[in-house]
Ligand binder design. Structure first.
Ligand code: FAD
Ligand code: FES
Ligand code: FES
Length: 1363
């Protein structure tokens, strides 16, 4: 059937939140997310990545199946869901779940009240995942709950409070009940109440929660049920501008369509076709949607197995296999178990709910987790084309690689047959990914062996790998060679060698390490060997010895469990008025709005009349001259309004904050990939992007291209000034020490990955050159300054407004200023409102991140562990412009001592100028890097002296009132208290003993533990950078409007400021409202950075409130029994001003870099963390078992907010130190551009036991209400996980007699862990590499006839690389 013959275009009918939607012009290219947000103005569903990787856009889809009369509810990512696939479905978004205008749903209420939202950008997605689970399981298990959240990312909270909210719905207790009295081991309330201070362990009260009442939910629309039951199914056709969607109802019809349109893809879940069309420029004019065809949805048990329709969702397959495993004998279900094993961690639930079984197979992606195991298990594919049906073994489709045409374009996969396993047959599947869940695998495998009956003689063997080459690959020759062999170690040895020989891995194209993949391939086979050996023993213990006891644990994969957690803080005193909110765990002021989706972010602002959308055109070269820019094709694009270039900038295009400029548009030359060259403005996001892709830029490459620190050193490419600090006499001290070590560590960069990408809306006001700018920024004043300078207007014409920011972490300051200037220049030129919302991909490519470091150190120490001399050099990759890199380098020097007194210390910092996007501020500002270096040399000293790292830490820790290396006074009393409490609360020594015991009993799994102290100096080193102002109005009805210069980006600053105002004015928080931060209300506000927001703005708010109260005093005195409203009315009558500004001058901080001394910090935050991990030595995978944190934050203004900051920062720190890895091509192009490639911590990464205690009785005379700024400090403590991993690796190396000294870089990924746990498998890979390199060189030698040179080279390579 040709397209022309298909039915006429349909109206698309579906429901959204109980409302019927009839879409007459459904566009097959339109995804539900943009439809909800732009067409229906339902902006609660958020854009985070557009590719299914973050869960911010989660919605619930409900469908009705008339045959079974069942309604199915499932979560899905709206960003990948074509609206055309929704015919007859009901969509529920966060707005449909509950709202402040109607009724808040218990999920929304509990998430907010359990403090599960910070910036709130991920919260609607979280709500929808939990809500959907509860619709299907009103009393879920904690396992179901954890699985439901695997596909949702949060960059702020560290997940603990979200899971706390989830637990309140789970039926079982999550307490470990390990204590003798049946109590949870984390419940230390009893021990704590012995203390004099009253401490609390609850941040919320469950008594407040409304019960979950499933009868209150939106019902499935009866009209859709009637439609499904009464209307015969018919072909649906939707025509868009460029694409046609055809959804047939019978197999014959489908086969006709396929014959007519062989190139048209079948779209079921759109999780493969969608990303290809969105991100890789693939275009399909016709899309065929076969999901409604019964043949493609079959479920049939036959004598020899199970047949499943190709359109079955992966979730359905998972459920079916789970049921089958419960029903059939174990012997028959080994294939099912192996497939299920992969399905558990494949994608997130939102992906599995829509992605089809057939789609996963037919995409033939190398990363398919199912194909290796299905192929190894002899699954069969049932194919059909017009007039023909056939069955082929699954393995055939991979026989000759990807381009293989075993399946013709006209053919359709109807169903998949999964066989039962047989007696003597064993099947297994393995995978290793950069993150345990919701991450595509690096390498995976499916393996099957069948033995001659009653023996260990191999009758049939199949081994398939994924991730190795472009598609799934079979180790066919290996399997053939090994057939007939006994299942023993000789076979194992040969298998590994054969596999490596047979599966040739191409050189690394996208920065992946080939060695690691090879190691995984053989390690997986070894794991299979162990599993099968153990099974043989179970079958016949007399003949088969099984495996040694200490090998057993490696057969268990790490599982994600609902973590147990506790938070301990000091309660407010009994004398405190119940109305006074200071010191109490008050919910985030916007918490409920976050959870209902009513909190407004930039892209949620309604569109302005005539608004244009801007798409940036960025450089694809790292360093080049711009020869020409051809915009002619772009200007012809649909909906295009204009192209904006540097010529359109009325005034400043370059900003000189340091010697080199920050640049809005590249003028003649580009200096990094991702630099903005020009921009297209069009009537929609889609049109702007399409046109941007048509701008042609011709380049002429310039030399040098400097990407790395090493290259910058080679070319002497640095930003000035270079910095140095020195105390004592370092050179002399090195003369007198017992030992000297020298080392080097590389620390990779980190992307901010705020969930709300860079966003801004510039609205020209039409007169006096005024412009409103709505920007997601931490620093409205700099945006105002930069935009005014670029437009050449005074700052008083630019009004910058910030309601809230969906995460920033330092990344929304200068970079945002440049982007806002781009939008403002476009708005100025076109006289239209211009909206610029970066896609995740553009955001990652255009903006920089945390600075990569290379540190070289020389440490002199005595045999007893005293470190007396340190000389350290830090090389910082600043990127292509200065930004704040020199300041970052300075802070890294000022904080490098961490908790230690080193009498003779010299440190240097050099900022390298490279051709990467400019790196910028990021939580911790240089300390996370220099602190890691310090803890690394501490650990090196421990290795060398034979003392434990904690002993070295104790020996060298600041102990009494002392001076830092820049001569600032320091009282370390609370540092020592934190350390001691952490030691005690974590039961460090007894756990160390238990870990040693565990490690003795387990060969392939090891545990490690580390405890790390922290001194985090608070301050910005420059007095005027900590000034702050506030403005408080009291209206005649008694309500108060509060504003100040701080930005709400998740850290709860507005909540705390309302707490401050409430205490000062002695009125309930409910009387006080915060509207927005704006340059019109508070001018010249400093950036919300460096943990200082609450400190400085709190002082200003307090000042304003005190001024007002002073004015009211005479009236209050006269009428002491009056109410607040009485006083305010009276004040108005007496013409008392009810508006006041408040001001804080800032801290007296300074630093003299010439002298190397000063007082750059006002006070110190102290802390300590102890973390325990377990590693799998065969894969490098690890699990975070437990973390205990003690933090001295003075008197917390809001313990819920502060603990949230500590936990969120800690988990972000785990990200930096153990998983977030940026990969660039050798031309400076970033590969890791979204959540698919760049892995931030997810639910599976939080410690199974997680405790945070705030140090009691700590006062701070320098900040408001004796509190301390806490936004950044927790980040560094994430390195306790790094050192726990190092500890585990050390025990592996000690046991294997490997070299005691070894270097680990950050992030300490699975790849590095595996490489450092050297064993026979890493050896065999090295040998293989040696052989192939040698062979390659030999061949080249012959070819090139270049004998002399290569003769020299060969031994060199052998020596350097392999011995
Ligand atoms: C965020 C994310 C995470 C993921 N994580 C993983 C992971 O961890 N492991 C993993 O293995 N996969 C993963 N995937 C891939 C996912 O499993 C596949 O994309 C999915 O199974 C494809 O099914 P679909 O229905 O969405 O395919 P579609 O995109 O709808 O179609 C895919 C292709 O298959 C073809 N096709 C589909 N059905 C048929 C049929 N019946 N006959 C012939 N051709 C057909 C289509 O023509 C098309 O070319 C992930 C995907 C995303 C987006
Ligand atoms: S926006 Fe849809 S998953 Fe990220
Ligand atoms: S609260 Fe989750 S991303 Fe900010």
């Amino acid at each position: 059937m040709a397209l022309q013959g298909a039915a006429v275009a349909e109206e698309l009918v579906f429901y959204v939140n109980g409302r019927k939607i009839i879409e007459k012009n459904a566009d097959p290219e339109q995804m539900l997310l943009s439809y909800l947000r732009k067409r229906l103005c339902l902006t609660g569903t958020k854009y985070g990545c557009g590719g299914g990787g973050c869960g911010a856009c989660t919605v619930m889809i409900s469908t009705y199946e008339p045959a079974s009369k069942k309604i199915r509810h499932y979560s899905a990512n709206a960003c990948l869901l074509p609206i055309c696939s929704l015919y007859g479905a009901a969509v529920t978004t966060v707005e449909g779940v509950g709202s402040t205008k109607t009724r808040i749903h218990p999920v929304q209420e509990r998430l907010a009240k359990c403090h599960g939202s910070q910036c709130g950008f991920c919260t609607p997605g979280m709500v929808m995942s939990i809500y959907t689970l509860l619709r299907n399981h009103p009393e879920p298990t904690s396992e179901q709950m954890i699985a439901a959240l695997a596909g949702n990312l949060c960059r702020c909270t560290g997940y603990r409070p979200i899971l706390d909210a989830c637990k309140t719905f789970c039926k079982e207790s999550i307490c470990c009940q390990r204590k003798a009295n049946g109590k949870c081991c984390l419940d230390r309330k009893d021990d704590l109440f012995d203390n004099e201070e009253k401490v609390s362990t609850s941040l919320f009260s469950t008594d407040e929660f409304q019960p979950l009442d499933p009868t209150q939910e939106l019902i499935f629309p009866p009209e859709l049920m009637r439609m499904a039951e009464n209307q015969p199914k018919r072909t649906l056709v939707f025509h868009g501008d460029r694409v046609t969607w055809i959804s047939p109802v019978s197999l014959d019809e489908l086969l006709d369509l396929k014959a007519a349109h062989p190139k048209a893809p079948l779209v079921v879940g759109n999780t493969s076709v969608g990303p290809d069309m969105k991100f890789r420029g693939v275009f399909h004019p016709v899309l065929i949607a076969p999901a409604r065809i019964p043949d493609l949805n079959v479920l049939k048990y036959t004598n020899d197995g199970l047949t499943l329709g190709a359109a079955c969702s992966l979730s359905l397959v998972k459920d079916i296999l789970t049921n089958a495993i419960a029903e059939f004998p174990e012997e028959k279900t080994r294939v099912f178990c192996a497939v299920l094993q992969q399905l558990r961690t494949l994608g997130g639930e939102q992906i599995r709910n829509v992605a089809s079984f057939g789609g996963n197979i037919i995409s033939r992606k190398s990363t398919s987790d199912l194909n290796p195991v299905l192929a190894a298990s002899n699954c069969m594919l049932n194919l059909a084309s017009r007039g023909q049906k056939r069955q082929i073994p699954m393995s055939d489709i991979f026989a000759d690689g990807v381009g293989n045409n075993t399946i013709t374009p006209e053919e359709v996969l109807v169903s998949i047959h999964i066989p039962y396993s047989r007696k003597g047959e064993y099947v297994a599947a393995f995978r290793q990914a950069p993150r345990r869940e919701n991450a595509l695998p690096i390498t995976n495998a499916g393996m099957r062996v069948l033995f001659e009956e009653g023996t260990d003689i191999i009758k049939d063997l199949s081994i398939f790998y994924g991730g190795a080459v472009l598609t799934t690959v079979c180790a066919k020759q290996t399997c053939e060679t090994l057939t007939g062999r006994h299942w023993n170690e000789q076979m194992l040895d040969e298998a590994c060698r054969l596999v490596l020989k047979e599966i040739a891995l191409p050189g690394s194209a996208d920065g992946e390490n080939v060695d690691y993949k090879k190691t995984l391939m053989v390690s997986f086979f070894y794991r299979f060997f162990l599993e099968v050996s153990q099974s043989l023993k179970t079958m016949d213990p007399c003949h088969f010895p099984g495996i040694p006891m200490e090998y057993g644990s490696v057969l268990q994969d790490f599982k994600t469990r609902m973590p147990q957690s506790i938070q301990i803080y000091q309660d407010v005193g009994l004398s405190q008025s119940p109305q006074d909110p200071v010191g109490r765990p008050i919910m985030h002021q916007s918490g409920i709005k976050h959870a209902t989706g009513e909190a407004v972010y930039i892209d949620d602002l309604p569109s302005v009349d005539g608004e244009l959308f801007l798409a940036a055109v960025t450089s694809s070269r790292a360093h080049a001259k711009i020869v020409s820019i051809d915009t002619s094709e772009a200007l012809k694009g649909a909906g295009v309004f204009d192209v904006i270039t540097v010529r359109d900038v009325p005034a400043a295009n370059e900003f000189y904050f340091f010697d080199d400029p920050e640049i809005i548009f590249a003028r003649n030359e580009v200096i990094c990939v991702g630099q903005i060259v020009c921009a297209v403005v069009a009537d929609s996001n889609v049109h702007a992007k399409q046109a941007a892709a048509k701008v042609k830029i011709e380049y002429e490459m310039l030399e040098p291209v400097i990407l790395t620190i090493e290259e910058a050193i080679k070319h002497n490419s640095f930003f000035e000034p270079k910095r140095k600090l020195e105390q004592g006499n370092v050179d002399e001290a090195f003369e007198t020490v017992d030992n000297i070590i020298e080392g080097e560590i590389c620390i990779g960069g980190q992307k901010h990955f705020y969930m709300e990408t860079q966003s801004m809306l510039a609205v020209p006001k039409g007169e006096d050159e005024e412009m409103d700018l709505y920007v997601s920024t931490q620093h409205p004043a700099i945006i105002q300054e930069m935009v005014a300078a670029s437009l050449g207007v005074p700052a008083n014409r630019i009004m910058c407004h910030v309601k809230r920011v969906g995460g920033a972490f330092g990344g929304k300051i200068l970079r945002t200023g440049l982007l806002a200037s781009v939008a403002a220049v476009a708005a100025n030129k076109t006289s239209r409102a211009v909206r610029l919302i970066l896609s995740r991909e553009d955001d990652m490519v255009i903006t920089g991140g945390r600075h990569p470091f290379i540190a070289k150190y020389k440490v002199g120490f005595m045999n007893d562990g005293r470190i007396t001399a340190v000389d350290a050099k830090y090389y910082v990759n600043g990127g292509c412009t200065p930004d704040e890199s020199v300041l970052v380098a300075e802070v890294s020097l000022l904080k490098m001592d961490n908790a230690y007194k080193i009498p003779n210390l010299r440190c240097w910092a050099y900022v390298c100028k490279t051709n990467l996007p400019s790196n910028t501020a990021f939580r911790g500002f240089g300390f996370p890097q220099s602190g890691l270096v310090t803890e690394t040399w501490i650990t090196d000293v421990a290795d060398k002296t034979g003392l434990s790292p904690e002993k070295i830490r104790e020996i060298n820790m600041y102990k009494k009132n002392e001076q830092t290396h820049f001569k600032q006074k320091l009282d370390p009393q609370n540092l020592i208290r934190c350390w001691n409490e952490c030691m005690e609360k974590s039961a460090y020594y007894s756990r160390r003993t238990a870990i040693n015991e565990f490690n003795k009993q387990n060969y392939w799994k090891k545990r490690g533990i580390a405890i790390v102290p922290m001194k985090f100096p608070f301050g910005v080193s420059t007095p005027y950078l900590s000034q702050a102002a506030a403005l408080v109005h009291i209206y005649t009805d008694g309500s108060v409007l509060l504003t100040h210069g701080g930005i709400e980006m998740g850290q709860g600053i507005h909540t705390k400021m309302i707490q401050v105002a409430s205490r000062e004015l002695n009125i309930p928080m409910s009387c006080i409202h915060f509207c927005e931060t704006s340059t019109t209300t508070v001018p010249n506000a400093c950036a919300s950075i460096a943990s200082a927001g609450t400190d400085v703005n709190g002082m200003a708010v307090k000042d304003a409130c005190q001024t007002l109260l002073e004015r009211l005093q005479p009236i209050i005195k006269k009428n002491p029994t009056g109410t607040w409203n009485d006083w305010i009315k009276e004040a108005f009558k007496q013409s008392v001003s009810l508006s006041a500004t408040g001001y804080f001058r800032g801290y007296n901080e300074y630093m003299d870099w010439e002298k190397g001394e000063g007082h750059p910090f006002t006070y110190f935050i102290f802390g300590a963390a102890c973390s325990e991990v377990e590693i799998n030595c065969l894969t490098g995978d690890h699990k975070n078992l437990r973390t205990d944190i003690i933090m001295d934050i003075g008197c917390s203004i809001n313990p819920a907010v502060d603990i949230g900051q500590i936990e969120g920062a800690f988990i972000q720190g785990i990200g930096l130190y153990t998983m977030e890895e940026l990969k660039y091509s050798s031309e400076g192009v970033l590969y890791t551009r979204g959540p698919d490639q760049y892995k931030i911590p997810a639910v599976c990464d939080i410690p199974e036991q997680f405790s945070v205690s705030l140090l009691s009785s700590s006062q701070n005379p320098y900040a408001i209400y004796a509190s301390k700024g806490i936004g950044e400090a927790g980040f560094f403590l994430g390195c306790s996980v790094f050192f726990a991993l190092r500890d585990a690796v050390t025990s592996v190396r000690n046991e294997r007699g490997l070299n005691k000294t070894f270097a680990l870089n950050s992030p300490l990924t699975a790849e590095q862990i595996r490489a450092n746990c050297a064993d026979a498998f890493t050896d065999i890979v090295r040998e293989d590499l040696l052989i192939s390199t040698t062979q390659m060189l030999q061949e080249r030698k012959v070819r090139m006839k270049c004998k002399g040179m290569l003769d020299n080279l060969l031994p060199h390579i052998t020596l350097n690389n392999f011995i």
